[in-house]
Each structure stands twice: as C-alpha cells, then as structure tokens.
Design a protein around this ligand. Structure first.
Ligand code: TXA
Ligand code: MG
Length: 336
C-alpha cells in the first residue's frame, strides 16, 4: 500500500475524512501521541487498525469525539460524575470508560461491554473528526510493543506502507497517552495515569490509583484495562530504573559503565564525571512526559544494550512518566 502524506490544511483534512469514510485507516496527530484512526462504528474498518498495528484483538480501542454530545450516542449511560469530568477536562488528554451503547461494535470494545471515550484537543484531530461526521477509534499509531509515536517521523518509521495516509501535525505537546479512568460507587479509578493527574481528578471526586499503574500484575490478577497486561513501550535495550538522589545515582552507575551501557537522565549534570553516552529527559515532569518516547527510540538508535535511568517523581504528571518508564524497564528497578 502507498501511504499518502497529508498536512493539516483544509484540503488535507478533507482527503483524510474521505479515506476514513471509505473505511480506510489514517494516522492522525493528537496532543498526547499520534493515533491510528478508523470509523469506530464500522467493524471492517476497525479490523484494519488491528492488522496495521499487529495488536491483540482483545485490547479495546479508545473512541475519539469532537463534541460532548457524542458521549450520549456512544455510551448507554453517562453518570453525573462523568459529566463533571467532561466539563472540566474535555477536550483534553482524558479517556473515560463508560457502558457502551449498542452501536459500538465488539471489535472496537475488544468484546467488553464498556467503551473508552476521549475528546482530543489537537486542532487537526478535531478537524478530521468533524469532517468525518462519525467518531474515530484510534489506538496509539505505533507497531504493537514499540513506544508510542510523538512525532511524524515516528509514525512514518512504523506505519509507512501499512496505512492509507498519515496526517503530519508536527510534534505532540503532551507526549504520553491520555489518562484512562473508570467510575465506581462515586469514585474515580485511574487505570492509566496521564497529563490529567490524580491530584486534579480528586478535586472532582475521591480518586484511587489502580494497582496496575505502579506494579506488575500477577498472571491471575483481575485486569480492568486489558492494555495493562501486555508488555509495553519496550525499547530494545535492557532498562533499569535507579531510584535515589543524583549522587547515589552517579555512584551506582559509575561501576556499571561500558561502551554499550548508556544513561537516561534528567539533565547532563546528572552524569557529571561519568564518561558515557546519555539522553536527557528534562527536569520538569511536563518536559519528561514530552521527551520520554523520543528518548527511548533514540537509545535504540544509538545502539544501547543496557540503560540505567533516573527515576521520575511518582506524583502529578510524573506518575505518568514513571508508569511508562517502569514498563519500558519490564519493572526492573533498584533503590540506591
Ligand atoms: O492518548 C491516547 O489515549 C492515545 C491517543 C491516540 O488518543 N490513544 C491510546 O490508545 O493510547 P491505546 O489503544 O494505545 O491505549 C488505550 C488503552 C489501552 O490500555 C486499553 O486497554 C485501554 O485504554 N482501554 C480502552 N478501552 C477500554 C475499556 N473499554 N475498558 C478498559 N480499558 C480500556
Ligand atoms: Mg498504545
């Protein structure tokens, strides 16, 4: 398949909508990461997403809308607490899991009786959804198992020849995927942390962080979000997260370094006195979120076989960075 490269101008948006209306798959930018979109209500179109991505079919897709009124078309019930979250965080990087309406096919929901709904803030994503007139199912636009794509080049590397078109919207501003939440007995449960953080959600209702956010779930655990049981965001290198202050970090990794071992640090000062290759994430949680997936791809391109990483904060937006990094590390962490 020849993949068309589209811009974010109005003619490109019309072309993207035309391809999507024909049941094709088009990669689109969102403020979190690029998504691999198809008509959420068209079973055959959604199946093409799973083929392009190589994704297990029991892993449900998020359905993207451009207008809050679409919540009521896609969900059979929208509780008061969900309306409050929508009011505050939509459009934005938040996905709400709600009971699904009959119009949402099983392929889209991965066979579940719920559906994840998100209203992206990115103008190109919104323009494409509006031009289509139907909601778009879209997982992150990476091949299953590799880091989510946060730039046009990442998408092209993974999807060229596998999808009808890619809409080039530049770099994603948030850089980690949306916060995924569900509701239970008046509480909010965070299934996947993101830029909309626990502290903000707890201003709306009591908020709990699901066990799977911080820990590896045992094989027999009840999994509320199928994505949590798959190996994720895995770079080729063997990553270890090193928890401790900068001095302890330097002392620990100083003894481990060789030519194929590299560091993932907040800033270059973290590797002062160490003769090694490194990639910088940034010093604020927001910068770290924005840079994480590019950093993981860069380490692969640099041929890193082993990577030692500093450990992000486990609060605010930092929790999202920690959650992605600890998965990239296969939950391998040391305290120093
Ligand atoms: O920011 C994002 O959310 C990006 C952009 C493209 O919008 N999308 C994204 O999709 O990250 P994906 O498919 O890579 O991740 C969706 C996650 C998966 O872990 C999936 O298991 C979970 O959300 N999910 C989706 N629908 C669900 C449902 N009905 N119940 C529980 N978990 C669900
Ligand atoms: Mg994904």
């Amino acid at each position: 398949m020849v993949t068309e490269i589209l811009g974010a101008d109005s003619a490109s948006v019309r072309r993207a909508a035309e391809l999507l209306s024909q049941g094709q798959v088009v990669a689109i930018p969102t403020e979190t990461v690029y998504g691999l979109a198809a008509n959420a209500l068209d079973e055959a179109a959604v199946k093409r997403i799973f083929e392009a991505k190589g994704r297990p079919s029991d892993n449900p897709l998020i359905v993207h809308i451009a207008d809050k009124a679409q919540l009521f078309d896609l969900a059979s019930e929208v509780p008061e607490i969900a309306l409050k979250c929508a009011e505050r965080f939509m459009p934005g990087p938040l996905t709400m899991i709600l009971p699904k309406a009959d119009c949402v096919p099983d392929v889209t929901s991965g066979g579940l009786d719920t559906v994840g709904i998100r209203m992206p803030a990115h103008p190109a994503a919104r323009a494409v959804i509006n031009a289509c007139g139907f909601a778009l199912a879209a997982p992150s636009a990476n091949l299953s198992g590799s880091p989510s794509p946060t730039s046009f080049r990442h998408v092209k590397d993974d999807m060229d020849g596998r999808v009808a078109a890619i809409v080039d919207g530049g770099d994603c501003s948030v850089g980690v995927e949306s916060t995924v939440i569900c509701f239970e007995n008046g509480r909010i449960r965070i299934l996947r942390p993101g830029f909309v953080c626990a502290e903000e959600l707890s201003e709306i209702a009591e908020t709990v962080i699901d066990k799977g956010v911080l820990e590896q779930l045992s094989a027999d655990a009840v999994v509320r979000s199928p994505g949590m049981k798959y190996k994720h965001y895995a770079p080729k290198a063997d990553v270890t997260v090193v928890e401790g202050d900068v001095k302890a970090f330097r002392d620990y990794v100083g003894k481990k370094l060789d030519t194929n071992t590299m560091l993932l640090v907040f800033s270059k000062e973290d590797c002062e006195g160490l003769d090694t290759k490194f990639v910088e994430l940034g010093t604020t949680a927001e910068e770290q979120a924005q840079n994480l997936f590019t950093a993981l791809r860069s380490l692969d391109e640099m041929g890193a076989q082993k990577v030692y990483s500093r450990c992000p904060e486990k609060s605010g937006v930092g929790l999202a960075v920690y959650n992605r990094l600890i998965r990239a590390a296969g939950f391998k962490a040391v305290k120093v």
